[in-house]
Design a protein around this ligand. Structure first.
Ligand SMILES: [Zn+2]
Ligand SMILES: [Zn+2]
Length: 378
């Protein structure tokens, strides 16, 4: 596919240099008509999104019933939104959070990755000190700005600070959660199938949606402005997996709720998938650069994902899979070459040197600008 990839270009590529050289046309402000037409399209997209959410929450496809449901629930939804912001501040309890299952899962995955890295590198290097210097932990402790940004994001998610941002931004996320809690359930679309098959369908649907969100994050300018933050890491270690812009994370919340509402997994199944997903994404970013052999066509290996992070044009717009890699075979986005020596980062890498707050704020502004600007922004 020839998806537009505005900024991931190393300097020697002439076509990209032409796109981004001073000779490129200046950023022309959109005309009133362009802004109005884009606003209409945005409103239609939001309306369609609300219809889908409303249809799932009300468990009905009839537009009249869905609209009535939404109108009826809107005051409660707004109340819930305000309530969730207040609750986020009131109920933040560090000690409880440190003992929570989510926190233990995050720390447990990190410790397993550290142990795995030491063992694998020790076998490869036959020296513990050399092995230690190749581990993610070493690079995190002694790394530079890219690693520090990774660490800030890791701590941000580790200590659930994202709840404040999501509470403030996540109209759609709480809507879904609200729908789940208030309506008490799920469509249970596969209730007649064996439990194992239901679980398999749940993780397949969750990963299928994650694949498409990731792909769209690369191919639409506005979302790319957020997702670029993840790709701005100039070195890889397992906590780079958490280097995601808070707004992008918030936008994924409703998507994650879809398979839960559609198939109604049990709490144990949800936790099992979350743990699998978490371990796989940490492993992908660990800089191991090895494949799983034939299993590479089923699961995303570190090598598969490191190619995705590469700023070499030959690697652009490929390998979007999150847990399963066969989506890239099915939708023809798998990298089929033999260059597995990626270079990390983005060309106009304004990240990593102006501090964490700037790294988070600038994508917000660029995302907003991209929503109303016709021209692709780099
Ligand atoms: Zn990506
Ligand atoms: Zn990644």
């Amino acid at each position: 596919m020839n998806a537009y990839r505005p900024t991931l270009s190393p300097s020697p590529d002439m076509s990209q240099i032409q796109t981004e050289s001073p000779l490129a046309p200046p950023d022309v402000p959109p005309t009133v008509w362009e802004m109005v037409s884009r606003a209409i399209v945005l409103m239609l997209v939001v309306a369609a999104g609300f219809y889908i959410l409303g249809a799932m929450a009300s468990m009905n496809l009839n537009p009249v019933i869905v609209t009535a449901f939404l109108v009826n629930e809107l005051p409660s939804l707004l109340k819930y939104q305000i309530y969730s912001i207040i609750k986020a501040f009131q109920e933040y309890d560090l000690l409880t959070m440190l003992g929570s299952l989510a926190f233990l899962m995050i720390i447990g995955s990190a410790v397993s990755l550290i142990v795995l890295e030491v063992i694998i590198y020790a076998v490869q290097c036959r020296s513990l000190s050399k092995a230690w210097k190749r581990t993610s932990l070493y690079r995190i402790i002694f790394g530079e700005q890219s690693e520090r940004t990774d660490l800030y994001l890791y701590l941000y998610y580790c200590f659930s600070l994202d709840r404040f941002v999501i509470a403030a931004l996540g109209i759609l996320g709480p809507f879904f959660i609200y729908g789940l809690l208030v309506n008490g359930g799920s469509l249970n679309l596969a209730v007649n199938l064996p439990h194992f098959v239901q679980f398999l369908l749940y993780i397949l649907l969750a990963d299928f949606l994650a694949y498409w969100f990731h792909r769209i994050a690369h191919t639409t300018t506005a979302l790319w402005e957020l997702h670029k933050f993840h790709h701005s890491a100039t070195s890889m270690n397992f906590i780079t997996a958490h280097r995601n812009h808070p707004l992008e994370v918030a936008m994924q919340l409703p998507l994650r709720a879809i398979p839960i509402i559609a198939l109604g997994p049990s709490v144990e199944e949800y936790l099992l998938y979350t743990a699998l997903h978490h371990f796989v994404i940490l492993l992908q970013h660990s800089n191991f650069n090895f494949s799983f052999g034939w299993l590479d066509h089923v699961f995303v290996s570190p090598r598969f994902h490191l190619v995705h992070h590469s700023s070499k044009p030959v690697h652009f717009d490929q390998n979007y899979g999150v847990v399963f890699s066969f989506w890239d075979d099915i939708f023809r986005s798998r990298y089929k070459g033999d260059d597995f020596d990626p270079e990390y980062g983005v060309t106009d890498n304004y990240f990593n040197n102006k501090g964490f707050v700037s790294d988070i704020n600038v994508p917000f502004a660029k995302f907003g600008k991209a929503l109303i600007s016709k021209r692709k922004i780099s």
